[in-house]
Design a protein around this ligand. Sequence first.
Ligand SMILES: [Zn+2]
Length: 76
Amino acid sequence: MTIRYKCRHCETEIGQLPFDSIDDQFLLKNELTLEEQDSYIEHGTEGNYTVNCICEDCQKSLQKFPNYYALKKWIQ
Ligand SMILES: [Zn+2]
């Protein structure tokens, strides 16, 4: 089982982690509500998870154009 990290904006795969390296504290540390977990984490087939996060490129764009991404997020 693996956890894949994918950019929620450009869908670039950022990386993968073996599931074993993530413990239950992972979500607690990120202080996500259950609702947020649903939107950030996709439960895929075969017990794999995809975490929707943000890549470095989009992070930079986000800092430059915060309004653009805020708008896009609302539309989605
Ligand atoms: Zn990205």
